[in-house]
Design a protein around this ligand. Structure first.
Ligand code: ATP
Length: 298
């Protein structure tokens, strides 16, 4: 049985369709990523799956339980770390964890093995109020609180947004370890580089799923050879790429432009007076795939 099944799920706020006919399934023990920019509908999907929001159409189950009919069962078996910091700012680290354990009628001692690796990192600050912790520490505390009742499915809504790069890396290492405990994890992120760390990903935009597959398969489906190009005059380069009949697609990508084309592009750009041209093949990233899927949709 799949741990999470989402079937034609829909959520409409006034006249905004936030979740538009979304379907996917997550296997038990899988680390599944919902990847998409702000406003894509990720939080609405999480809130429906954690029974905090009613769907307008469609259905979903978590560990076989229906998100509408069996909401009580789901609240006991699911762990949820919302995007916005959800802890009690005026309670200490220790008090927050004890509070969440009490709500779920359990104790920290009973589930200590599950949170130990994470808890030891925040233990030196256990008397500090949650509101006074750094972003990375807050996030570790929130994860401990979401895990304290030993959930079988863990929902993490943008857990690394606003967190420094070192803490982000550590956080993903923690998720890998939790996976070994056979906890199913659904995590959302706007950071495309984090997609590679998931077993499978769903790319989502404007409430719709554009693609679902393993990160490798998403990248392998990119049909063209991709090049990175730069020149002394980047603005002119981007314009020239857009106007060129040789170019299939082009867009700014960091300090380069990414481009797919046929023919002798370097020669054509040089003819147009561009100088310092550097053109080389570059590996396709999830972000390139996302951009391509978005353009196809338009
Ligand atoms: N309560 C609400 N009333 C009206 N519109 C809403 C409400 N909640 C969300 N929306 C809109 O629905 C869309 C999807 O929002 P949602 O929060 O699910 O997306 P998201 O991918 O989680 O993005 P974010 O990271 O910004 O939360 C957005 O356009 C948002 O403005």
């Amino acid at each position: 049985m799949d741990a999470v099944i989402v079937n034609h799920l829909r959520k409409v706020y006034q006249d905004k369709t936030a979740v538009d006919d979304v379907s996917f399934a997550v296997k038990k023990g899988e680390l599944f990523g919902l990847i998409g920019p702000d406003g894509a509908g990720k939080t609405s999907i999480f809130r429906m799956l954690t029974t905090l929001l009613l769907p307008d159409a469609g259905s979903a189950t978590v560990d076989g339980y229906d998100v509408v009919k069996d909401y009580k069962a789901i609240r006991n078996l699911a762990g949820y770390m919302p995007g916005k910091f959800s802890l009690y700012q005026d309670l200490t680290v220790e008090e927050n964890i004890n509070f969440f354990a009490t709500v779920f009628k359990t104790t920290v001692a009973k589930n200590y093995d599950l949170i130990k690796d994470i808890y030891i990192q925040i233990a030196p600050f256990k008397k500090r109020r949650a509101g006074k912790l750094s972003g990375g520490m807050k996030q570790k505390l929130a994860l401990c609180c979401a895990l304290i009742h030993r959930p079988s499915v863990l929902f993490l809504d943008e857990p690394t947004t606003g967190v420094d790069p070192v803490s982000r890396k550590e956080f993903w290492e923690m998720l890998r370890k939790l996976k070994e405990q056979e906890i199913t994890i659904i995590v959302s992120t706007p950071y495309m580089d984090e997609a590679d760390l998931c077993d499978r990903i769903a790319l989502i935009q404007d409430g719709k799923i554009l693609s679902i597959d393993t990160p490798n398969a998403v990248v392998a489906a990119f049909p063209d050879k991709l090049y990175a190009v730069k020149a002394d005059q980047m603005h002119r380069l981007l314009k020239a790429l857009q106007a060129s009949p040789l170019v299939k697609d082009s867009y700014a990508f960091g300090e380069y432009a990414h481009v797919t084309f046929e023919g002798d592009l370097e020669q054509e750009l040089a003819k147009q007076g561009l100088t310092g041209i550097e053109l080389q093949t570059t590996p396709v990233t999830i972000e390139d795939c996302f951009i391509k899927l978005l353009k196809e949709k338009q």
